[in-house]
Write a protein that binds this ligand. Sequence first.
Ligand code: C2O
Ligand code: CU
Length: 548
Amino acid sequence: GITRHYKFDIKMKSVTRLCQTKSIVTVNGQFPGPTITAREGDRVVVKVINHVQYNVSIHWHGVRQLRSGWADGPAYITQCPIQTGQSYVYNFTIIGQRGTLFWHAHISWLRVTLYGPIIILPKREVLYPFPQPYKEIPIIFGEWWKADTETIINQALQTGGAPNISDAYTINGLPGPSYNCSAKDTFKLKVKPGKTYLLRLINAALNDELFFSIANHNLTVVEADAVYTKPFNTNTILITPGQTTNVLLKTKNHHPNATFLMAARPYATGPATFDNTTTTSILEYHHPNKTNQVTKLPLLRPSLPKFNDTTFATKFIKKLRSLANSKFPAKVPLKVDRRLFFTVGLGLNPCTNVNQTCQGPNNTMLAAAVNNVSFIMPNTAMLQAHFFNQSKGVYTTDFPTNPPFKFNYTGNPPNNSKVVNGTKVVVLPFNTSVELVMQDTSIIGAESHPLHLHGFNFFVLGQGFGNFNPNKDPAKFNLVDPVERNTVGVPSGGWVAIRFLTDNPGVWFMHCHLEVHTSWGLKMAWIVMDGKLKNQKLPPPPKDLPKC
Ligand code: C2O
Ligand code: CU
């Protein structure tokens, strides 16, 4: 591989959307941010220089970071933030991965405007295991607020209540014609007839799962979270925040110069209020010989499932299978060293100060927790503390590997849903095969949680609704061709089972990729110890690692 150098100048930029101008945090003044392109095996070196008043850090979402945990990016987990006027060089090699991922800020809510695609091409001369596309197009979904970032963050952190709701969804940073004064701000994809396009879909939205569809066109799913899948056709894609999906779009042979709408809108299971708007962009056919013949056909709209169409969502998720052939085998760990059971969901905490909206009964507010622990961010980096054996006062290793009490998780709220606050981790030896069942508790609200694991891909063995049954459900696990990914939706009122191998030493964050749930504490961390061999150890930190 070669080395690819990038320079990310973090600076403010005035951007107008929905008739309102505000100053946003950007990379190099671009919104969405620049695309990182590399090939499998390349080294990527990104110098990030912070010119804004906020602390920043950048995460390369889905990049395995094999023995390069110092470059992973979540603030206070693997590094202290990059302070104003400071810089940090992220340096990592892309090993055994190719496909679509994305980068985003990993501190506070800065990823609302700080994000961009990561495209990892196969090694030179290596073909895709599907028809070679004529062109490749990144399509990155986001959320836009009219309010400034400061206000959004303060609302999210102070209220402890319902999330502040975005004003629009965006496709490649543009809301599109379904919103007021946004006709100009519409992403347009110009295509030729009879060609195959690879659309690299990325959900960088903060708080919403999305359905995506193109009027009159079928899509073929070929990859999820930068792992090839068995191809299947669908007219609608479901994508959670933190997930990426590659689809092939075959343009029709004999179309006039027509235009079609592409649209995305949320999938939401909870009764909670959310941004129920639709973002659209345009697919425009250009015939090589009839350039001036623009037929004024009405824009065809795709039909998207209803916002709470769980039947569609479940069917779609079950179609996702890894390719699992001799060239791309599914390396599912067949033996299990550790079995863990995590409840994930919202719970209640006593209201402690007047700034909070106490929406729960008896003066309680919403909190989010894993096994009833609501994670508190430490004020120094956990990876450093771990590496230098200075964990005292930073974190404790008593994260419960089972919930503190058992009940009907999908039933009525129990009395003891009170959560504890703490910076707790699970410590695992190198090369441990972990089976983790995540059970949604549905205590308050009923939203699915897209759980994202740093540092690893995992296999999704099974999922279901209701309570996980340890005596019956494992018999149905798919150990043959389970989809391999880095972010999985824990279904509302249900469970999901995953398996991964701890082949990557370091401190690895795991959290809900709905930003509002993460803020409320739906997050935890794993520590994977060094192995015995030299190539199983985490090297010392780079000299310029930021200090807190
Ligand atoms: Cu995409 Cu921890 O994040
Ligand atoms: Cu969540």
